[in-house]
Write a protein that binds this ligand. Sequence first.
Ligand code: SF4
Ligand code: SF4
Length: 446
Amino acid sequence: MLTDNSVGPAGTFPGFSGPHAPHDSDLYKCVHCGFCLQACPTYLETGLEAESPRGRIALMKAVNEGRLDMTPSVIGHWDLCLQCRACELACPSGVEYGKLMEATRAQVEQHTKRSFTLRTARSIGYKTLLPSPTKLRLAGTALKLYKKSGMRTIARGTGLLKLLPGDAELVDAYLPEISKNFFVAKGQVHTAQGPRKAKVAMLAGCVMALTHAKTLDATVRVLTRNGIEVHLTAGQGCCGALNTHSGEPDSAIEMAKKNIDSFLSINPDAIVSASAGCGAAMKDYGELFASEPEFANKAKRVADLTKDIHELLVEYGFAAPSKPLNVKVTYQDACHLANVQRITEAPRTILNSIPGLELIDLGEAAVCCGSAGTYSLTQREMSARLGKRKALNVVATGADIVATGNPGCAMQLDFALTQLAHEDSSSRTTKVRYVVDILDEAYSLE
Ligand code: SF4
Ligand code: SF4
């Protein structure tokens, strides 16, 4: 959480500046109509103007014009934004809120000093682990050992976590399940079954390759089953989304460059991502390189070629499974799929193609689940509130499975459903799965 980040006495902030500053044309597009308020999860939860898109934009303008300093309180309102971009869908004036908030967060990092603990955590996360797949896998292995070897039980039982600096207890509670085998891209080629429709480069990603490796294996099977040749190009890594959303555009650019060169090395027909957040970030690579024109063309090409897995399957055509899978499923729209990539139909088309599967509408499907990258760690109270809200909606459907298309949502849903079962002393019955996992299972019955 933020502590010592004020910039000086009142009235001293010089306004937004630097290559990643919000543009006036974006900042002054908002006409304060308020149509976005009811779409905003933090406004729905608090009823406060300062926790709404309109309120946050008003704060940006006031700070930019020197009427307000970038105080911890102002930054706190920006930090509580999930960057879910539901407000963009509701806005009749076309305010690109996501772009504004990313640029504002870069200003916060540029002009303020976070607490020592937060600076250290950010440096380890954004500048050491995420840019290096090897270091990330080492961290994943360490986590696996910590959870499986009994060290976690000891740390919890002895109260050691309480003695550690920062939010060690919280981090421990949110530790995700780590896959038995990691998904590693090192130049493998998976040939298409039957006539080849396309050759694609596939993103392995960072966290998903450690936590949902089986889903990435399923993605390869589903693609090749449908005539797509899959290349896991060497040299790729994290897409940079977490860095971009957290005000670290320079490190995001360096990470994106590696991916761009890796993917384009095979001259693909498309680039596919099984993670909504990563696909959304790669579709924005053109914007990310606005200040680096020499790389911008390549970045734009990757952005244009990028497809979400559901989008790609529907566009190239996929075989409907022939054997029934008798399950009740509800579908959770990942914000970066629905609000950013504007893809809502393709996942539902895939689920509806499976014989025997009953798709049940989810209440408040458009409200963010509270995952939002590192939000569940940095804004734990609001994240937990939204997680519970989502879990209650999921349970109300009576579905056996809640399906999604994003690792952050999958982990948050898992955590929130388990917490809800704890709270009412019931046993949890709803499973969390990716759409592509369900399709893969349906194919396996043939
Ligand atoms: S991005 Fe989401 S949380 Fe942030 S202001 Fe918009 S709707 Fe609200
Ligand atoms: S809907 Fe758009 S123009 Fe209206 S207040 Fe919200 S951001 Fe501003």
